[in-house]
Design a binder for this molecule. Sequence first.
Ligand code: DX5
Ligand code: ZN
Length: 238
Amino acid sequence: MAKASVLSALRSAVPLVGPSLLAADFGNLEEEIRRLEQAGARLLHLDVMDGHFVPNLSFGIPVIEAVRRISDLPLDVHLMIEQPARHLAAFRRAGADLLTIHVEAVDDPAMVLDEIRRLGAGAGVSLSPPTDVRVLEKCLDHCDLVLTMSVMPGFGGQAFQDVALEKLRWLRAHARPGTLLSVDGGVNGDTIRACAEAGADVFVVGTALLGQPDYRKRMAELTSMARSSRSERVEHVG
Ligand code: DX5
Ligand code: ZN
Protein backbone atom coordinates (compact mmCIF):
# COMPACT_ATOMS: atom_id res chain seq x y z
CA MET A 1 0.00 0.00 0.00
CA ALA A 2 1.22 3.56 -0.63
CA LYS A 3 2.80 5.22 2.37
CA ALA A 4 0.55 8.28 2.48
CA SER A 5 -2.67 6.29 2.51
CA VAL A 6 -1.44 3.88 5.20
CA LEU A 7 -0.31 6.73 7.41
CA SER A 8 -3.46 8.77 6.99
CA ALA A 9 -5.64 5.72 7.66
CA LEU A 10 -3.72 4.98 10.85
CA ARG A 11 -3.74 8.61 12.01
CA SER A 12 -7.47 8.82 11.62
CA ALA A 13 -7.96 5.57 13.56
CA VAL A 14 -6.02 6.44 16.73
CA PRO A 15 -6.04 5.38 19.50
CA LEU A 16 -5.39 1.92 18.23
CA VAL A 17 -4.19 -1.34 19.65
CA GLY A 18 -1.50 -2.99 17.54
CA PRO A 19 -1.41 -6.73 18.14
CA SER A 20 2.13 -8.12 18.31
CA LEU A 21 2.31 -11.44 16.52
CA LEU A 22 5.25 -12.46 18.70
CA ALA A 23 2.67 -13.84 21.12
CA ALA A 24 0.71 -15.67 18.38
CA ASP A 25 0.36 -19.42 17.95
CA PHE A 26 2.66 -19.80 14.93
CA GLY A 27 1.21 -23.23 14.23
CA ASN A 28 -2.07 -21.48 13.44
CA LEU A 29 -0.89 -18.11 12.19
CA GLU A 30 -3.55 -17.64 9.55
CA GLU A 31 -6.32 -18.37 12.03
CA GLU A 32 -4.72 -15.99 14.55
CA ILE A 33 -4.62 -13.21 11.94
CA ARG A 34 -8.25 -13.79 10.94
CA ARG A 35 -9.29 -13.60 14.59
CA LEU A 36 -7.38 -10.32 14.98
CA GLU A 37 -8.96 -8.89 11.82
CA GLN A 38 -12.41 -9.88 13.05
CA ALA A 39 -11.59 -8.29 16.41
CA GLY A 40 -11.04 -4.95 14.64
CA ALA A 41 -7.23 -4.79 14.43
CA ARG A 42 -6.09 -1.92 12.20
CA LEU A 43 -2.46 -3.05 11.89
CA LEU A 44 -0.25 -6.00 12.75
CA HIS A 45 3.02 -5.49 14.65
CA LEU A 46 5.82 -7.86 13.64
CA ASP A 47 8.94 -8.21 15.80
CA VAL A 48 12.10 -9.13 13.91
CA MET A 49 15.04 -10.15 16.14
CA ASP A 50 18.54 -11.13 15.08
CA GLY A 51 20.11 -12.63 18.21
CA HIS A 52 22.71 -9.80 18.18
CA PHE A 53 20.95 -6.51 18.74
CA VAL A 54 18.71 -8.39 21.16
CA PRO A 55 19.46 -11.71 22.87
CA ASN A 56 16.65 -13.52 21.08
CA LEU A 57 15.75 -14.71 17.58
CA SER A 58 12.25 -14.48 16.17
CA PHE A 59 11.43 -14.47 12.46
CA GLY A 60 12.37 -12.63 9.30
CA ILE A 61 11.47 -11.98 5.71
CA PRO A 62 9.69 -15.25 4.81
CA VAL A 63 7.24 -14.77 7.67
CA ILE A 64 6.56 -11.14 6.70
CA GLU A 65 5.91 -12.33 3.12
CA ALA A 66 3.57 -15.02 4.38
CA VAL A 67 1.63 -12.58 6.57
CA ARG A 68 1.41 -10.17 3.60
CA ARG A 69 -0.19 -12.92 1.51
CA ILE A 70 -2.72 -13.64 4.25
CA SER A 71 -3.75 -10.10 5.24
CA ASP A 72 -4.30 -6.63 3.81
CA LEU A 73 -3.75 -4.93 7.18
CA PRO A 74 -0.81 -2.51 7.39
CA LEU A 75 2.30 -4.38 8.57
CA ASP A 76 4.24 -2.50 11.24
CA VAL A 77 7.67 -4.16 11.23
CA HIS A 78 9.85 -3.56 14.31
CA LEU A 79 13.46 -4.30 13.39
CA MET A 80 15.46 -5.31 16.46
CA ILE A 81 18.50 -5.99 14.34
CA GLU A 82 22.01 -4.66 13.82
CA GLN A 83 22.77 -2.87 10.56
CA PRO A 84 19.10 -2.59 9.55
CA ALA A 85 19.98 -0.51 6.47
CA ARG A 86 21.26 -3.66 4.76
CA HIS A 87 17.83 -5.27 4.83
CA LEU A 88 15.35 -2.43 4.37
CA ALA A 89 14.67 -3.01 0.68
CA ALA A 90 14.05 -6.71 1.28
CA PHE A 91 11.62 -6.03 4.13
CA ARG A 92 9.80 -3.49 1.99
CA ARG A 93 9.56 -5.96 -0.89
CA ALA A 94 8.25 -8.55 1.55
CA GLY A 95 5.32 -6.24 2.30
CA ALA A 96 6.26 -4.01 5.25
CA ASP A 97 4.22 -0.79 5.32
CA LEU A 98 6.01 0.71 8.30
CA LEU A 99 9.64 -0.07 9.05
CA THR A 100 10.99 0.84 12.47
CA ILE A 101 14.71 0.82 13.22
CA HIS A 102 16.35 1.17 16.63
CA VAL A 103 18.24 4.41 17.17
CA GLU A 104 20.86 2.40 19.10
CA ALA A 105 21.56 0.22 16.05
CA VAL A 106 22.58 2.93 13.57
CA ASP A 107 25.12 5.74 13.37
CA ASP A 108 22.97 8.14 11.38
CA PRO A 109 19.27 7.54 12.09
CA ALA A 110 18.06 10.41 9.88
CA MET A 111 19.81 8.90 6.86
CA VAL A 112 18.31 5.45 7.45
CA LEU A 113 14.85 6.92 8.01
CA ASP A 114 15.13 8.87 4.76
CA GLU A 115 15.99 5.62 3.01
CA ILE A 116 12.88 3.95 4.45
CA ARG A 117 10.75 6.79 3.11
CA ARG A 118 12.47 6.57 -0.26
CA LEU A 119 11.46 2.91 -0.39
CA GLY A 120 7.84 3.99 0.05
CA ALA A 121 7.32 2.80 3.62
CA GLY A 122 6.46 4.78 6.75
CA ALA A 123 9.66 5.45 8.71
CA GLY A 124 9.79 4.59 12.39
CA VAL A 125 12.46 4.99 15.02
CA SER A 126 12.51 3.13 18.32
CA LEU A 127 14.42 3.58 21.54
CA SER A 128 15.07 1.17 24.40
CA PRO A 129 14.34 2.08 28.05
CA PRO A 130 17.89 3.21 28.97
CA THR A 131 18.25 5.49 25.92
CA ASP A 132 17.76 9.22 26.44
CA VAL A 133 14.83 10.43 24.34
CA ARG A 134 16.75 13.59 23.39
CA VAL A 135 18.96 11.53 21.05
CA LEU A 136 15.92 11.62 18.75
CA GLU A 137 16.02 15.41 18.43
CA LYS A 138 18.00 15.29 15.19
CA CYS A 139 15.83 12.70 13.49
CA LEU A 140 12.29 13.64 14.55
CA ASP A 141 11.71 15.48 11.29
CA HIS A 142 12.66 12.35 9.34
CA CYS A 143 10.18 9.92 10.85
CA ASP A 144 6.48 9.10 10.71
CA LEU A 145 6.38 7.02 13.90
CA VAL A 146 8.32 6.83 17.16
CA LEU A 147 8.17 3.51 19.00
CA THR A 148 8.91 4.00 22.69
CA MET A 149 9.96 0.72 24.29
CA SER A 150 8.57 0.18 27.75
CA VAL A 151 10.56 -3.06 28.22
CA MET A 152 14.02 -4.08 27.09
CA PRO A 153 13.47 -5.30 23.53
CA GLY A 154 13.77 -9.00 22.91
CA PHE A 155 10.99 -10.77 24.77
CA GLY A 156 7.26 -10.53 25.27
CA GLY A 157 5.62 -10.81 28.66
CA GLN A 158 7.88 -8.42 30.61
CA ALA A 159 6.77 -5.81 33.15
CA PHE A 160 6.10 -2.26 31.93
CA GLN A 161 8.78 0.33 32.77
CA ASP A 162 7.48 3.77 33.72
CA VAL A 163 10.41 5.54 32.08
CA ALA A 164 8.45 5.23 28.82
CA LEU A 165 5.84 7.67 30.13
CA GLU A 166 8.26 10.58 30.51
CA LYS A 167 9.52 9.89 26.99
CA LEU A 168 6.01 9.88 25.55
CA ARG A 169 5.30 13.23 27.19
CA TRP A 170 8.53 14.67 25.79
CA LEU A 171 7.74 13.29 22.34
CA ARG A 172 4.20 14.66 22.39
CA ALA A 173 5.71 18.09 23.01
CA HIS A 174 8.56 17.83 20.49
CA ALA A 175 7.50 15.56 17.60
CA ARG A 176 5.88 17.04 14.51
CA PRO A 177 2.09 16.98 14.55
CA GLY A 178 0.98 13.80 12.78
CA THR A 179 3.89 11.72 14.04
CA LEU A 180 2.44 8.48 15.41
CA LEU A 181 3.59 7.79 18.95
CA SER A 182 3.63 4.10 19.68
CA VAL A 183 4.46 2.28 22.91
CA ASP A 184 5.61 -1.33 23.09
CA GLY A 185 6.14 -3.72 25.98
CA GLY A 186 4.07 -4.63 29.02
CA VAL A 187 1.03 -2.75 27.72
CA ASN A 188 -2.09 -4.23 29.35
CA GLY A 189 -5.24 -3.25 31.23
CA ASP A 190 -3.17 -1.88 34.12
CA THR A 191 -0.77 0.26 32.06
CA ILE A 192 -2.60 1.37 28.93
CA ARG A 193 -4.33 4.36 30.55
CA ALA A 194 -1.07 5.90 31.71
CA CYS A 195 0.37 5.45 28.20
CA ALA A 196 -2.65 7.17 26.67
CA GLU A 197 -2.48 10.05 29.16
CA ALA A 198 1.21 10.46 28.35
CA GLY A 199 0.38 10.86 24.67
CA ALA A 200 0.59 7.46 22.95
CA ASP A 201 -1.49 6.86 19.82
CA VAL A 202 -0.63 3.22 19.11
CA PHE A 203 -0.49 0.57 21.83
CA VAL A 204 1.43 -2.55 20.88
CA VAL A 205 0.02 -5.47 22.82
CA GLY A 206 1.35 -9.02 22.79
CA THR A 207 0.64 -11.28 25.73
CA ALA A 208 -2.22 -9.19 27.09
CA LEU A 209 -4.21 -9.90 23.90
CA LEU A 210 -2.95 -12.96 22.03
CA GLY A 211 -3.70 -16.12 23.93
CA GLN A 212 -6.74 -14.50 25.54
CA PRO A 213 -10.00 -16.32 24.87
CA ASP A 214 -11.89 -13.45 23.21
CA TYR A 215 -9.80 -11.11 21.04
CA ARG A 216 -12.73 -8.87 20.12
CA LYS A 217 -13.69 -8.26 23.73
CA ARG A 218 -10.08 -7.68 24.81
CA MET A 219 -9.37 -5.29 21.90
CA ALA A 220 -12.54 -3.35 22.67
CA GLU A 221 -11.70 -3.10 26.38
CA LEU A 222 -8.15 -1.92 25.76
CA THR A 223 -9.20 0.53 23.04
CA SER A 224 -11.89 2.04 25.21
CA MET A 225 -9.45 2.49 28.13
CA ALA A 226 -7.02 4.23 25.78
CA ARG A 227 -9.75 6.41 24.28
CA SER A 228 -11.14 7.62 27.60
CA SER A 229 -7.68 8.43 28.97
CA ARG A 230 -6.73 10.29 25.81
CA SER A 231 -9.84 12.42 25.94
CA GLU A 232 -9.00 13.33 29.55
CA ARG A 233 -5.56 14.36 28.37
CA VAL A 234 -6.99 16.52 25.58
CA GLU A 235 -9.42 18.21 27.98
CA HIS A 236 -6.66 18.75 30.49
CA VAL A 237 -4.30 20.22 27.91
CA GLY A 238 -7.06 22.34 26.39
C1 DX5 B 1 9.43 -7.00 22.59
C2 DX5 B 1 8.56 -6.72 21.41
C3 DX5 B 1 7.14 -6.54 21.71
C4 DX5 B 1 6.46 -7.70 22.40
C5 DX5 B 1 5.50 -7.12 23.39
O1 DX5 B 1 10.76 -6.86 22.25
O2 DX5 B 1 9.00 -5.54 20.73
O3 DX5 B 1 6.39 -6.12 20.56
O4 DX5 B 1 5.77 -8.57 21.55
O5 DX5 B 1 4.97 -8.13 24.14
P1 DX5 B 1 4.15 -7.85 25.47
O6 DX5 B 1 2.95 -7.06 25.08
O7 DX5 B 1 3.84 -9.21 25.96
O8 DX5 B 1 5.06 -7.08 26.40
ZN1 ZN C 1 7.77 -4.75 19.04
